[in-house]
Design a protein around this ligand. Structure first.
Ligand SMILES: [Zn+2]
Length: 231
């Protein structure tokens, strides 16, 4: 009996230690009803290597400065005629995602209400060139835009693409890229409906060794201006 109580106490202490040592981002993620109930994509063109799973998402100061300067507006506008339409996001950096094997969430999910594919416009946050377009099992219909500063901005789970977003096209900040959707999480191109409609935003840079490294977009998205549009 006594031994069993000691064991119980040990379990409680270990559990407490685990909670204390968990980084705050993970605790945020655990409190998100979306990350508990659903999953989507991640890693722009390939699954993240192990090193990226331990990445804290904070880029070096010089990279952060470039990103801050390049980001001109929030990618989802506010509807003028439907003020109740809402976009919301939280820090879900490295929360668990399971499709295509265990890995951490490399981005920020902008959740959309109403949960209706094809409703919310997606605007380019920066100037740049369309580097990647098309289907990815994790990201669904995605666009990858390379900025002049060399940063890769990744927009995933699109419903469709706007004109002028072919690979190689030059885009300006604020330009319509397409509409938000729920595509992805399948090897079958065109699959939709595996999770709520949202825009997944990823930001990547190449480190000194040329290794593609993910940045947590959350703190960069917070201060961005929201454009008003009619939709
Ligand atoms: Zn995501």
């Amino acid at each position: 009996m006594k031994k069993r109580m000691w064991l119980l106490l040990l379990v409680i202490v270990l559990a407490a230690l685990d909670v204390i040592s968990a980084d705050h981002l993970r605790i945020d993620a655990a409190s998100s009803k979306f990350s508990e109930s659903s999953d989507e994509d991640h890693g722009p063109e390939a699954d993240a290597p192990e090193e990226q799973k331990r990445n804290n998402g904070i880029p070096p100061d010089e990279v952060a400065a470039i990103i801050q300067e390049e980001l001109r507006l929030f990618p989802i506008p506010q509807s003028i005629s439907h003020p109740a339409y809402q976009a919301s996001f939280e820090d879900s950096w490295m929360s668990e995602r399971t499709f295509g094997g265990e890995r951490g969430h490399e981005g920020t999910d902008i959740m959309l209400d109403p949960d209706e594919r094809g409703l919310f416009p997606v605007l380019s946050m920066t100037d740049g060139v369309i580097e990647k377009r098309g289907w990815l099992p994790q990201g669904g219909y995605r666009l990858g835009i390379r900025s002049t500063g060399g940063i890769y901005y990744y927009y995933a789970h699109l419903y469709d693409y706007a004109e002028g977003t072919e690979t190689g096209a030059v885009v300006a900040a604020g330009q319509l890229l397409g509409f938000a959707g729920d595509s992805g999480y399948s090897n079958i191109e065109g699959t939709i409906g595996n999770f709520p409609v949202h825009l997944h935003v990823g930001i990547y840079y190449n480190d000194a060794q040329g290794m593609e490294t993910a940045v947590d977009p959350y703190p960069f998205l917070l201060p961005l201006d929201i454009v008003r549009m009619d939709f």
